[in-house]
Design a protein around this ligand. Structure first.
Ligand code: ADP
Ligand code: MG
Length: 240
């Protein structure tokens, strides 16, 4: 579903991604971990071309992301992204936040878009919030709306960049539960998170990054029991 081949990226003179090789199968859940500044967000943002790569090849669902001729909209239509800050439209209701893109981008009639939105609001556990405004919701609820909004586009891939980092501790679980369900249903997911319990339990593979490189790509049991790389051991000793 996603293939990085010798991908490099620079911000000016700064070499942020170094020879990235990574293949993610359909239905796989990959959790990306590593110190702050190691390039995790950049890696994720390259997948939907929020960042352009400076070398190598990146293919997503057979679309050549590195090719300048590629239609970004057709690429992004298949990729949902959830950020640390939920980025909901404050002056629109929850329902409107979710129906906007399906109506505009996919051309769904309002009624169909609303029916779909309610299905996903149910899925994330807050159907009763359809008519509320984002400011009337807790952080955890807002993030669940953001996930529902992503899902309403029926993407093949969901990207999560530290989706629980801005939440109060008591709200982290409800968001991780939604993500766990999604993983179990076979969604292809790439998740940047510091939630090591989630990583260990839900990931098919852990990608450990440091200084722009992928140092390990390992099943979680192995990664958490016996990380091969010294830098991974140091990282784990700090976060666990
Ligand atoms: P992470 O998500 O692992 O914390 P990032 O991908 O956000 O790492 O950033 C990796 C490095 O690239 C950091 O040193 C950061 O300062 C730098 N960086 C990120 N975005 C930009 C940008 N738009 N321009 C220049 N440098 C950037
Ligand atoms: Mg980041």
């Amino acid at each position: 579903m996603i293939q990085f081949r010798d991908v490099n990226k620079h911000y000016g003179h700064f070499h942020v991604l170094k020879n990235i090789n990574l293949t993610i199968e359909a239905g796989e859940v990959v959790v990306v971990i590593g110190p702050s500044g190691s390039g995790k967000s950049t890696l994720l943002r390259c997948i939907n071309r929020l960042e352009t790569i400076s070398g190598g090849e990146l293919t997503v669902d057979q679309i050549k992301v590195h090719d300048k001729k590629t239609d970004i909209n057709s690429l992004r239509r298949n990729i949902g992204m959830v950020f640390q800050h939920f980025n909901l439209y404050p002056h629109r209701t929850v329902l409107e936040n979710i129906t906007l893109a399906p109506m505009k981008v996919l051309g769904l009639p309002r009624q169909e878009a609303e029916e779909t939105a309610l299905i996903y609001l149910n899925k994330v556990g807050i159907p009763e919030k359809a008519k509320s405004y984002p400011s009337q919701l807790s952080g955890g609820q807002q993030q669940r709306v953001a996930i529902a909004r992503g899902l309403a586009m029926k993407p093949k891939i969901m990207l999560f960049d530290e989706p629980t980092s801005a939440l109060d501790p008591e709200m982290i679980g409800e968001v991780l539960d939604v993500m766990r369900d999604l993983a179990q249903e076979g969604m292809t997911m790439v998740v940047v998170t510091h939630e090591m319990g989630f990583a260990r339990e839900v990931a098919d593979r852990i990608v450990f990054m440091d200084q722009g490189q992928i140092l390990e790509t390992t099943p979680p049991a192995e990664f958490f029991e016996s990380p091969r790389e010294e830098r991974a051991r140091t990282f784990l000793s700090r976060v666990l």
